[in-house]
Design a protein around this ligand. Structure first.
Ligand code: ATP
Ligand code: MG
Length: 643
């Protein structure tokens, strides 16, 4: 039987997108939420059935599927091979220099087994933590799955992070092993990686070994006895390994938030509930067909989106994915479109920041490629500006592909609010409604739900399977950050502002910390930014509220002009007028600063707190999670140079 034939679909096949969209499972799910989740969990392979779907008796510490036992890696890999899909491609991997590798499920299984055997040979046992700092290469996936297979919680650190950021994450988790590479390709150049990780591990006695993948072939410093080459150790291992089941609540990974609002938090996720929701949301939000789709999520593996929507969700669903190592403009600005065309990508999931970058480069670039394979587009990371939404739909989605605008967080583990890829996925800028089985509300200061047309705070009023189980080693910060604000109601406080429109759909307004108060009016940064981006001269915009003697806060806008143009008095005046017209005179920025770049995190989010420091002439705060720390100097230099 052909491994991809339709009659060989997983017997437990889930909600089809059609069911999900048409027959009102949202109502059904809400009526019996726990039965709904039991049904979703039933799509996975459990070695031991659970006793109880949810134990919320120790709230806010949830336990899902108590007593159940499963192996996450077995669910993502082996069971597909056993079901006859060994020849199906798991990953079409493409390196930045143009090298490629096709990895089937059978091969993935062999690689994960070898890696697991290698980790065992280093003396690791279930519960030990493993830090991983790797570029977007297949070994990153093998390493994560090998950890999952052995019950070793991993802590993946973005490849572009500094030694200081890596060091603090290793220390926080007390990792015994670090997995890294000699170097990584960035914009066509081989940059050192091992040299940085050596810097990070100078003072981390918990690290016993460093396992090093040879990616670029550059010279590396070496510590005999501690450092081991991947190709020496892993390649020599047996490709057979029998997985052992772990408790549903066994820790799967620790992952740090992107640090947009403050010091990053080490978010803890566990096994059964996390995998259940990652898999469920992945197949529902994208209406996934494992037999025909070619799926590409462009996130980095060091971000929660990479965990849930490159590794765990897609693999649990037996997806064929594309994985790309490099930057989108190496060697040219059409690289992504070339990849979509080459592999016939049907589902493309990316972040608004990249869409705005594509807009800046120009629509003639996607127009030069055949993108007709695309069926669904996804967006994640920040509110998508309506302007960017329309451009995405028109120039990447051929004017027809639905856009799923997915709201979620590192803490939620998986998507919570998103349109389904049906006729309703058509409201530019709105994430619309919680998915079936999930619940969210917009409430006021007192925790009372606001009405249609009103705004307030986004809360999650029901526990969900992939919810964080805490902040690693900091129970108090967990309670304080998420559960204290609406303690009387028992709501999880997401930290985001939101609004219901007249249809009752949800619009995200950005961080509560970022909401500005101008002369007593609450104005969202997202709205002012969208207004600025809708002006033809503006490529990107970031808005902050800076303290102001007369208005309390005043709006300061940092903008990048299209084609990198320099700012003039006329441009600034035109933009201020434009915002006044789009939103109202109250939203008119006090200052417009034209800058060459914006400070962004690894996941492409704008770090407004640093811009606020600049706008208020303060020393800038913690920059360790910036994708490129030199951007702050660049902005400061430009502003001192004067526009
Ligand atoms: P920190 O919590 O350390 O400040 P962070 O919140 O940036 O970091 P993430 O967990 O990666 O770290 O980001 C989650 C946040 O991203 C959400 O709270 C929300 O503000 C934003 N976000 C994600 N997706 C969307 C979306 N589709 N629409 C609007 N905002 C989104
Ligand atoms: Mg956050």
């Amino acid at each position: 039987m052909s491994p991809r034939s339709a009659d060989h679909a997983l017997p437990e096949n889930p909600l089809t997108p059609r069911d999900a969209a048409v027959s009102g499972p949202a109502e059904h799910a809400a009526a019996d939420r726990l039965a709904f989740w039991a049904q979703q969990a039933g799509q996975l392979h459990w070695d031991t059935e659970w006793d109880q779907v949810l134990d919320w008796s120790d709230a806010p510490f949830a336990r899902w599927f108590t007593g159940g036992r499963l192996n996450v890696a077995y669910n993502c890999v082996d069971r597909h091979v056993e079901a006859g899909y060994g020849d199906q491609v798991a990953f079409h991997w493409e390196g930045e220099p143009g090298d490629t590798r096709t990895i089937t499920y059978a091969e993935l299984r062999r690689e994960v087994c070898r890696t697991a055997n290698a980790l065992l040979s280093l003396g690791l046992t279930a519960g030990d933590r493993v830090a991983i700092q790797l570029p977007m290469i297949p070994e990153a996936v093998f390493a994560m799955l090998a950890c999952a297979r052995l019950g070793l919680p991993h802590s993946v650190v973005f490849g572009g992070f500094s030694p200081a950021a890596l060091q603090s994450r290793i220390e926080d988790a007390q990792a015994r092993l670090l997995i890294t590479s000699d170097g990584q390709y960035r914009r066509g150049k081989a940059e050192p990686m091992k040299a940085n990780t050596d810097e990070a591990t100078k003072d981390t006695p918990s690290i016993e070994h460093v396992l090093v993948v040879r990616r670029t072939g550059i010279d590396v410093p070496w510590t005999e006895g501690r450092d081991v080459w991947w190709h020496d150790l892993v390649d020599a291992q047996s490709d057979e390994h029998t997985p052992e089941p772990f408790d549903a609540e066994h820790p799967l990974f620790i992952l740090y938030t992107s640090g947009t609002t403050g010091r990053p938090k080490g978010i803890l996720h566990t096994s059964g509930g996390y995998l259940t929701q990652a898999a469920y949301t992945h197949r529902t939000v994208f209406g996934l067909d494992a037999d025909t789709d070619v799926y590409w999520c462009t996130a980095d593996i060091g971000w929660i989106t990479g965990h849930s929507y490159i590794v765990y969700g897609p693999l649990a669903n037996r997806t064929t994915s594309v994985m790309y190592e490099g930057t989108p403009n190496t060697p040219h600005e059409g690289r992504h479109f070339e990849i979509i065309e080459r592999y016939g990508v049907t589902v493309y999931y990316t972040a608004p920041t990249l869409i705005r970058t594509f807009m800046k480069w120009g629509e003639h670039i996607p127009a030069g490629h055949d993108l007709s394979s695309i069926r669904v587009l996804g967006s994640v990371g920040e509110p998508i500006n309506p302007e960017a939404w329309r451009w995405y739909r028109e120039h990447i989605g051929g004017g027809r592909a639905p856009i799923v605008d997915t709201w979620w967080q590192t803490e939620t583990g998986a998507v919570m609010i998103s349109p389904l890829p049906d006729g309703r996925a058509g409201k530019p800028g709105s994430a619309q409604t919680p998915l079936p089985g999930l619940s969210a509300k917009v409430v006021d200061d007192q925790g009372q739900e606001v009405g249609r047309g009103e705004s307030g705070y986004l809360v999650l009023d029901q526990p969900w399977p992939s919810m964080l189980r805490g902040i690693w080693g900091d129970e108090e910060r967990y309670r304080e950050t998420y559960w204290s604000r609406f303690a009387d109601h028992g709501y999880y406080f997401a930290g985001d502002g939101a609004r219901y429109d007249e249809d009752g759909d949800i619009w995200l307004l950005g961080r509560v910390d970022d909401v500005m108060n101008v002369s007593g009016h609450r104005i969202s940064t997202a709205e002012v930014e969208s207004a600025l981006v809708s002006h033809p001269t503006v490529a990107e915009a970031a808005v902050v509220g800076a303290s102001d003697a007369t208005t309390g806060q005043a709006i300061v806008a940092f903008v990048i002009l299209r084609g990198g143009a320099a700012g003039t008095e006329d441009v600034a005046a035109a933009l201020r007028e434009h915002v006044a017209r789009e939103i109202g005179p109250i939203a008119k920025p006090r200052q417009i600063m034209v800058v060459p770049e914006l400070p962004k995190t690894r996941s492409g989010k704008i770090m407004r707190r640093l811009l606020r420091d600049i706008a208020e002439n303060r020393e800038v705060g913690d920059v360790t999670t910036l994708a490129d720390a030199s951007v702050v100097d660049l902005i400061n230099a430009g502003l001192k140079g004067g526009t």
